[in-house]
Each structure stands twice: as C-alpha cells, then as structure tokens.
Design a protein around this ligand. Structure first.
Ligand code: MN
Length: 199
C-alpha cells in the first residue's frame, strides 16, 4: 500500500481560538505530509513490506530491515501519531463514561489526572509526545521522544499530545505551557473514550 495523508473531518479554523488555523494547516499539510512521503520513500526499498499497514510496521520494529528501521520508526511513527492526534481534537467535549471512571479510580479526579499529564508533557526535554496509555490493564501517563509511538512498546494509546515546537510555535513561540493549557479545551474526550473502550 501507499500511505496517504488522512483528511481531517473538520476545518483548519475549527479549533480557534485555542489552536490557530495557520498552525493546523502547516502542521497537517507540511509536517504530517512529510512523514507520509518519507515513510513511502523508505518502503520503496522493501516492497515486501507494502502489504503492511502502519500499525503493523510499528508494532514490532525488530522485524523491520536494518536499513530502514530508523526511517520507519521516525516517519511511520510521525504518520501514525499525527493521524491519532487529529482525531483527538474537538471543542466542547467533556470527560465521561468508562474512561472518566477509570481516571477517577486511578488519580482521584479528572483534574488531578490533567495536572499530572500537564506536568509530564511540560517536562519533556526537546521534541516528543505525551500520552495516556493502557499497559497490562492499567492506565499510565508516559512520554516518548521524537516520533516514537507507544504501539512499538506494546502500549495502547488513549490520549496523545504533540509537544514538538511546530505544534505551537507560531502562536505561543517558546511557551509550551500555554499551548498545553489551551489544548485541554480541544481534547476530544468522545474519541478518548472510544480509544479506551475499543482495544
Ligand atoms: Mn507534529
């Protein structure tokens, strides 16, 4: 298969004023597109991998040939992570259902979970992602460097936050904490609930 940039099911300005339209457009059409293009370019060298979808490629990187393993990790990860991230953006949703129950059971309240997630995301050195994952039946807040994907560690992602500067620099410059604070207003809790319930 040839990997392709997924269309967003909302417009670039749908998340205003929390995430600006220009950032969304560049992030989607330039940054994400580049990960897709470089993944496809890497796979040209190994046509036998063309039947695999991006999840299958990432789930066991040890099976990827040495000469393209780093490219698949970086660009396959970039492609999957962004596709996942776009679906998790929507205004005016709220924690509910089974995920809310699980967050309260583990952290005491949704707000306490948000505080801990924010602290982890804010503290990542350099480029990376913050995640809520399920691992061995338990929820955990984890971070990954670069475009590393939790799927490669056998974790089940529920929430993901891009904390590369390209996700916020136009609007917030170096102020990552402001970006994270605003992002909570556009976290799509309905999608997070789906990600939690459907494994
Ligand atoms: Mn990004």
């Amino acid at each position: 298969m040839t990997h392709t940039l997924p269309k967003l099911d909302y417009s670039y300005d749908a998340l205003e004023p929390f995430i600006d339209a220009k950032t969304m457009e560049i992030h989607h059409t330039k940054h994400h597109q580049t990960y897709v293009d470089k993944l496809n370019a890497a796979l040209e060298k190994h046509p036998e991998l063309k039947t695999k979808n991006v999840e299958e490629l990432l789930q066991d990187l040890s099976k990827i040939p040495d000469d393209i393993r780093t490219a698949v990790r970086n660009h396959g990860g970039g492609h999957w992570n962004h596709s996942f991230f776009w679906q998790l953006l929507k205004k005016n949703t709220h924690a509910h259902g089974k995920l809310k129950e699980a967050l309260v059971a583990q952290w005491g309240s949704v707000e306490k979970f948000q505080e801990e997630f924010t602290a982890s995301a804010t503290g990542v050195f350099g480029s990376g992602w913050a995640w809520l994952v399920k691992e061995n039946g338990k929820l955990a807040i984890v971070t990954t460097p670069n475009q590393d994907c939790p799927l490669s560690k056998g974790q089940h992602p529920i929430i993901g936050l891009d904390i590369w500067e390209h996700a916020y620099y136009l609007k917030h410059q170096s102020k990552r904490a402001d970006y994270i604070k605003e992002w909570w207003n556009v976290l799509n809790w309905d999608q997070a609930e789906k990600n939690y319930v459907h494994e």
